[in-house]
Design a protein around this ligand. Structure first.
Ligand code: ZN
Length: 376
């Protein structure tokens, strides 16, 4: 086990890479998918169950945890790993994105953002310095810079102004983070869908020097085509020897396309959230377990899946417990979805290692095009 944060690229196939992020809390195999543990839990899952799906790292949300139960309380109780019983790496976001999307009465200044909690209306301030302090109190292994993410579509002028503010905040985040061996600080590239602004942002971040780099400001409603359009060039502006993280992505086909374009890490609430709304992901696409076609179907969700939901339960049962609003429906569908996502990541890593990514991607799309198994 290493004492320092590090990243090694082991194989390349086209622009895709496979490798390992090493941290004192364990290794993260890349390309990696990070399940989201918003409020100190991946909803409907025990931490050991999340680990059993193959996850090496979780994401925690600064915004939610600072409001409830507060970073100071978590620190008093031994830090987030101990608090939530997950001893492997944790990445925390900076809180910036969720302040913009969830909080009330936001006021943005050069210093930071003042807002009211969506939980109880209490007033809070987040700045680069405060975000670094909160993420340190949580004990996060990978800390994200505090940034501002403009909603798209926006004018180039608005995107440029916001990006330059985020770059000033990136320097303040770096200064406030200090020297913390074993912990990493990632910068976040902004610039919307404008190539020049993306390059300007990457140049500014590289001058500050980070342990890893995120491609921010995507997956905010611009659509897959626009997102891939940015990923066709933006990752190449970032250093080869540092991990590249695409924030908030995504659907399985988004993930495959991002990995093809040189992304190493991703996170998304989709597999867990869609599990709770009766949506399952399989190699043959999306299955809506609420659909009446499943009520007499004794077959598993996915014949080839080894998760507990597919090993021991029928589509008919999953349909029933979902309709009856039983808690086990969320548990089983979330487990299945996280398992599917991690299997997909393992398949991508193996394909890159073998130099077979193009064939893997062709098979991935061909199976999805078949659609779900025909009804009985
Ligand atoms: Zn399954």
């Amino acid at each position: 086990m290493t004492e320092r944060f590090g990243f090694t690229v082991n194989a390349r196939d086209g622009r895709a890479r496979s490798g390992v992020i090493s941290t004192p809390r364990g290794d993260v195999r890349t390309p990696a998918f990070m399940p989201v543990g918003t409020a100190g839990t991946v909803k409907a899952m025990l931490p050991e169950s999340v680990r059993a799906t193959g996850a090496d790292i979780l994401l925690g949300n600064t915004y939610h945890l600072m409001l409830r139960p507060t970073a100071e309380r978590i620190a008093r109780l031994g830090g987030l790993h101990r608090f939530m019983n997950w001893d492997r790496p944790i990445l925390t976001d900076s809180g910036g994105f969720q302040v913009m999307s969830l909080a009330d009465l936001r006021k943005l200044t050069e210093d930071g953002v003042t807002f009211r909690s969506h939980v109880d209306g209490s007033k809070h301030h987040l700045s680069p310095e405060r975000s670094m302090e909160i993420q340190r109190l949580l004990g996060s292994d990978i800390v994200m810079c505090f940034d501002e993410c403009p909603a798209l579509p926006a004018t180039d002028e608005a995107v440029a102004k916001s990006m330059r503010l985020s770059m000033r905040w990136a320097q303040r985040s770096r200064d406030a983070f200090g020297d913390r061996p074993g912990h990493a600080l990632f910068g976040i590239m902004q610039g919307g869908v404008n190539r020049d602004l993306r390059e300007e942002s990457a140049t500014a971040l590289k001058a500050i020097d980070f342990d890893g780099y995120a491609v921010g400001g995507l997956a905010v409603g611009e659509g897959q085509e626009a997102m891939f359009g940015v990923l066709d060039y933006a990752p190449d502006f970032l250093p080869e020897d540092k991990p590249r993280y695409l924030m908030g992505v995504g659907k399985p086909d988004d993930i495959v396309g991002a990995v093809e374009r040189g992304i190493d890490m991703m996170d998304c609430v989709l597999p867990s959230r869609s599990g709770r709304t009766g949506q399952a992901w399989t190699p043959r696409g999306q299955v809506n377990i609420k659909n009446a076609r499943h009520q007499d179907d004794p077959r598993p969700l996915d014949e080839g899946c080894t998760c507990p939901a597919c090993r021991s339960y029928s589509r008919a049962y999953l349909h029933h417990v979902f309709k009856a609003q039983e808690i086990i429906a969320s548990m089983l569908l979330t487990w299945h979805n996280l398992h599917y996502y991690q299997q997909l990541m393992q398949g991508l890593r193996d394909a890159i290692d073998a130099g077979q990514l193009a064939a893997f991607v062709a098979e991935f799309h061909a199976r999805r095009a078949e659609g779900d198994i025909p009804p009985l």
